[in-house]
Design a protein around this ligand. Structure first.
Ligand SMILES: [Zn+2]
Length: 595
């Protein structure tokens, strides 16, 4: 699966980096650019700057830089596709995923699950499926809703599904599917038996796993069983019902997070098509980032018992780092007799909507917790509550919310908390070191080479025609600078694109990084100056990599050779088939002056 490049172009044309970053951190206009505190390092004075015209950001201090996609990836800890999904959904663009790129082995893992979905669905319609159909009827689930969710039935047999698929798939696919368990004698049996089946789809509608509800409550087995984690199914990332919700409503006004499959389906049946559920796990920060990708209104509908209480607090803790001032979160707790499904069946959609409307805002939920910490009529109690509050405020990364919560809890505890909130630890960013184009030798040399490559890219940005320069041909294919050829093809094929789009055409992460650094420098070069500087840079790089021996010799003569380079130089000479007088003399000198 991949996303076509022209869509990435369109996306970067549509989103405005100022909006994307401005929704997440506090920025101010300053002249033609925007500045703020850098979210990628502990920043005291604003070193973070956004250039709206170039659609680029960078930090003068920690050197973080890039386009909107890069920002989302690093700020929210997402992979490339997730970052593109986040941006696309924020501007209402549908991603035209292409499946042709899926490796065969991956496709086969989807194929077996598709087969299982069909098999379970057919079972539900068979005479043996009556118990499952009765269960659905009892819960007022219509045939249409059952079809929408592709509900199915697993026979009360050990090998029904296994016999259905065993001849079509190899051993490894059978094991990896998570559909079967293995006996001691290496034989397989069906994991889900005599259960109502809920196929789980990812956001793209692909089947990735199953949930199953026990139909005979006299069974000793667990009420609900899920597929185990597999290559395709990662529980801390997936939400049941999200695909179905988005299919009903492209732009989601809100999402309601409930606890189980039947809640999602029951609510859907009664006109609430935007409920989702986690599958046997707490609400993780990945779940939350995913929810916020599609809406900024989230309702948590939990049981009012101790487990629900814990789940609610866990969700609160996990959402703090990605909370924005435009995020609206409310909690609803159900008393013992009800869950979301039974509530809407008993009182109808209006009552349910009303319940959500009057839910407890996240801020109030938090303040209530702070109040419960200790007796606020005593100094000791108030300090303890303040310390508790400060700990969680410290997890917020949004400055407005931080300020608002600090003020509110200061009031509550009768003491000023400003200055007592710990600096939020910046998220770990992967410093994409340009490893593949790193030169041998010392750091100073590497700095020079890095700067040379940056200047080379800047020259190309000023004068893209240089992608056709004949010097490119001289880069040896097996040298460490062969990666630079990617620059040539990028500029050659897409000279009409703006730089933040061009950046996405570069696949080498190290090169991408240098590309963003190149964009940061405001260079006032004329196209002919650019050509000159391009040639100079290319000559330096070629000299270093095309003829390493010459390069080391010049360094030796200039007296700037390092110990490691000295050894490398010696080895290069020794590797020669024949040594002339100069070589011998050099070898002697190199070993004599060694300290
Ligand atoms: Zn920074």
């Amino acid at each position: 699966m991949y996303i076509p490049e022209d869509f990435i172009d369109k996306l970067l044309e549509t989103v405005d980096i100022v909006d994307v970053i401005g929704q997440r951190i506090n920025i101010q206009r300053s002249g033609s650019s925007f500045t703020g505190l850098c979210p990628f390092h502990p920043d005291k004075k604003p070193s973070f700057s956004i250039n709206q015209q170039k659609q680029f950001y960078h930090c003068w201090s920690c050197k973080a830089s890039g386009n909107a996609i890069k920002f989302i990836r690093d700020y929210e800890g997402l992979d490339f596709i997730e970052a593109v999904e986040t941006l696309a959904s924020s501007v209402n663009l549908e991603i035209p995923y292409k499946n042709t790129g899926a490796p065969k082995t991956e496709q086969v893992n989807y194929d077996i699950l598709d087969r299982a979905v069909n098999f379970y669905e057919d079972n539900l319609k068979s005479t043996q499926g009556t118990s499952a159909v009765d269960y659905l009827k009892n819960r007022n689930i219509s045939g249409l809703t059952a079809k929408k969710f592709e509900l199915g039935f697993a026979f009360d047999k050990w090998d029904a599904l296994y016999n259905e698929v065993k001849l079509s798939f190899d051993q490894k696919t059978l094991i990896d599917s998570g559909l079967f368990k293995e006996k001691k004698n290496k034989e397989f049996y069906d994991r889900l038996r005599n259960r109502l089946i809920f196929p789980i789809r990812n956001i793209r509608g692909k089947h990735i796993g199953f949930g199953g509800r026990r139909l005979n409550d006299a069974d000793q087995q667990a009420k609900y069983l899920n597929s185990p984690e597999t290559l395709l199914f990662n529980k801390s990332n997936e939400l049941y019902g999200l695909f179905e919700a988005r299919r009903e409503q492209k732009k989601l006004d809100a999402l309601v997070v409930v606890e189980g499959y039947m809640d999602v389906i029951g609510l859907h049946e009664h006109g609430v098509p935007n409920a989702v559920a986690t599958m046997g796990t707490a609400v993780t920060s990945r779940h939350l980032a995913k929810l916020l990708r599609y809406t900024s209104n989230i309702f948590f509908a939990f049981d009012g018992d101790e487990a629900g209480d814990k789940a609610a607090w866990k969700a609160f803790e996990n959402i703090l780092p990605i909370l924005r001032e435009d995020t609206r979160i409310k909690y609803v707790f159900f008393d013992k007799e009800h869950d979301p499904d039974s509530y809407i069946r008993a009182f109808g959609k209006e009552a349910f909507d009303d319940l959500l409307k009057h839910g407890l805002p996240l801020s109030q939920f938090f303040l209530n917790r702070v109040k419960e910490v200790d007796d606020l009529t005593t100094i000791e109690g108030r300090s303890k509550a303040a310390a508790f509050g400060a700990r969680y405020i410290g997890k917020l990364r949004n400055d407005f919310l931080k300020a608002a919560f600090t003020e509110e809890i200061s009031k509550l505890c009768g003491m000023s908390l400003s200055g007592m909130i710990e600096q939020t630890a910046p998220p770990p960013i992967n410093p994409n070191t340009p490893s593949s184009i790193e030169a041998k030798g010392n750091t100073q040399d590497n700095n020079i080479l890095t700067k040379t490559i940056i200047l080379l890219i800047q020259s190309l940005l000023v004068n893209p025609v240089l992608a056709q320069h004949k010097l490119w041909e001289r880069i040896p294919q097996d040298s460490p600078i062969a990666t630079l050829n990617e620059l040539q093809s990028t500029f050659h094929n897409s000279s009409s694109k703006n730089p933040s789009q061009l950046m996405e055409y570069i696949s080498n992460e190290g090169l991408k990084d240098l590309f963003s650094q190149a964009m940061v420098g405001e260079l006032q070069m004329s196209p002919s100056d650019a050509e000159q500087s391009f040639e100079d840079c290319m000559q330096i790089l070629l000299k270093n990599f095309e003829n390493r021996e010459e390069w080391l010799k010049s360094k030796y003569n200039a007296g700037s050779i390092s110990q490691a380079e000295r050894i490398e130089f010696q080895q290069l000479i020794l590797e020669k088939e024949t040594l002339d007088a100069t070589d011998r003399q050099l070898l002697q000198q190199l070993s004599a002056t060694r300290d």
